[in-house]
Design a protein around this ligand. Sequence first.
Ligand code: SF4
Ligand code: SF4
Length: 305
Amino acid sequence: MVEPKIICVTGGKGGTGKTLVAVNLAILFKNRGFKVLLIDGDVENPNTYLLLNAKLKNKTEVLYFLPKIIEDKCTKCGLCAENCETHALLYIKDSYPIPISTVCSGCKLCYKICPTNAIEPDLKVIGWTYTASAFNIDLFLGELKPAEARSAVIVNKLMENLENVIKTEPEKYDIVILDTAPGAHCDVEELLSGADLVIPVTEPTRFGKLDLLRIIELIDLLKKEHKAIVNRSSLLGYKDKFLKELEEIGIEILGDIPLDEEIVSSYCQGIPLMEEKSKFDRDGAGYKSFEIIFENLIKWGEISK
Ligand code: SF4
Ligand code: SF4
């Protein structure tokens, strides 16, 4: 029984091209005969399905637990508030506790320990998960409800769905590609933690370098192997200097992707650049760069079929 290899594509800042990389790597694996699952964990801005021109289906609500105090049953003992780690229950002696939803973690401890069953779940929809399929790639995608803050709950749900698939059908996928949100916060950490290999994507600017260093700090803390991709590497002729700077600080590079009109065209058409049936130029700079990156990735991850 062989479980899938999990590759996480991430980036310290937005707009570096993470999704471009994640989608095209998924396509390259599929072209080679791998069974591929792509997970879009950028739940505040999920757009992999647009690049894949995929129709989302199986919309499923993600519910979040908040406590609701049933005053008829509450004896005002204060046990729930005493045990709430995040101090999300405001309690004054001889009064009913008042839940503070903004600090409640949804752990359900109060609900479990209340001696008189005076706490009931007040379930709240905070977002949705979807599935889709395109170009023979399966997609799991999460979406956070506007004005909601608990994006990590949606990301957890996506990873729970992945775990269930691995448990019930371990050989359903050979490769799982995780596309994270930008930044180095808890949503990203959740996805990085589940990965075998991590690919941070950056661009050759000072901001790009700074954000790359920030995300690598987190990847190192999680003790994950990583190699970076430099996107838009031909920007302002800064490529060689930038790659040298990264090399000097010990950051390994998987490859670089130049500015390329065909990449923009693939975005506009919703056809991934590396899709084998597409009409993109096989000798184009963007196409070639992805081929090199893919071969380097196969070697680095010792990935075979
Ligand atoms: S533990 Fe139950 S009974 Fe005690 S204050 Fe909390 S809700 Fe009321
Ligand atoms: S669910 Fe957990 S965090 Fe929220 S009020 Fe209850 S004990 Fe506190």
